[in-house]
Design a protein around this ligand. Sequence first.
Ligand code: ADP
Length: 481
Amino acid sequence: MRKFLIKQWLRKHDWFWETRTRIFAWYVGLTTMFIGLSIPIFTELTIIQVDLRVKEDLLEEIEAFEESFRDDTEEDIAIIFDRFLQYKIPGDKTFLIATINGQFYRSSPLSLPQAISPDSPLIKNVAQTKKPLRGKNLIPDSQVGDIIYQAEPVEIDGQVRGVLIVANIPQGERIEVLAAILVVIEVLLVAFILALIFAWRMVGKVLNPIRSLTKTAKTISETDLSQRIPVRGQGEMAELAKTFNKMMHRLETAFKTQQQFLNDASHELRTPITIVRGHLELLEYNDPQEIAETIPLVLDELDRMGRFVEELLLLAKAERRDFLILEEVDLSELTVKMYLKMQGLGERQWQLDSQGKGKVIIDRQRIIQAMMNLAHNALQYTTKPDTIALGSAIEKEHIHFWVRDTGIGIPPQDQERIFQRFARSSNSQNNTKGAGLGLSIVSAIVQSHNGRVELYSQLGKGSTFTIVLPKNTKLKNTKLM
Ligand code: ADP
């Protein structure tokens, strides 16, 4: 039940899932953990430090006594203790206690706290020791806190006569240290709160581009792809905004191209439909001669439409991964075959420039199709006495196929544009029956082979279209027969 209520609450409160809240929650959690762990560790370490220092001080007192005792030739232990304690003023909260034969003798300072008074169990016990007690001697006392002590038995003529006990009650010093730590905690808390406010604002600021991205993405509709996100500063967020803008630019271009394509395609189809319709409307159905004259015209237009639709389908197919069917092809044989096929297109001075030798991996049918398109164009923009030549060659890792003509040529400003869909050169606007898709198809076939088309053309002198392909086309997901 409780789980269900929590879930319902979380679903209702979207802000809880916001990145800002989550980053902030992590920040609070981690900082709290860090402070929560570091304060006790820091306190403990400081207390250990204090205790170590106290123990060192105690050892120093003992060493001072040993030194004075070493030089002393006196045999009476009481005199030895008197000489030392008379002039020795111990440090703060340090007590020097001398015992003779297990009994308290005298101390410096004179008054001792209850826990180390002459009758205390601690002093009575330690007064009996025959061995030096040094290091970690710590007795917890409920009244005064811990007592740190060290003891040095004094031997005269091989017999232990008395013991010098040095004791310290470090509670006061510890309290001072704890008070200092408390101040540190207070400062840390204030800094922590300030850091929280700062972190909340900073996280908000850092995530701003994402919010703006979401807002922009929401306002983008299919018809308006012109929105962009403002890019501020540098770093991942700016990079994200830039990437998003680039993506939007690509989408916008693709969308415009698609629209243009639809416009052009429908325009191309409208012309033959209008012509066919015109012919049929004016047709005298009783006049066999007119029917005989009209039918070829109508069929011609329908053929044109059919070809156009085929071309469109081919372009659409070229986008697919399984467009190519790769196989090993003998280059020389393929070139000769294409040469023979081209000659059937029309009467020209056909020439075979050269035949490359060797085996290559390509899609035979598609390459023939691309070359036939080029030859078809060459035929269209040349006249009978002109030459149309084709050839192939292997240069290092590339295959070259070319179609060369001595026709009208293409003006430089059109040489890039004519590869676009529906584009025609200004030089040949009225000369062509095609829809302007021939070279786009060549490009699509060549690109799917990871190759490129090069064009060299001079107005009035002719054009050479060269297809450059890798010798062994390697494509993922394509069939190799
Ligand atoms: P189209 O169907 O118009 O032939 P293409 O894409 O095949 O379409 O060709 C585009 C344009 O490129 C043609 O309209 C023509 O202007 C120009 N072009 C193509 N090949 C030649 C060539 N061999 N000589 C001169 N112009 C050419």
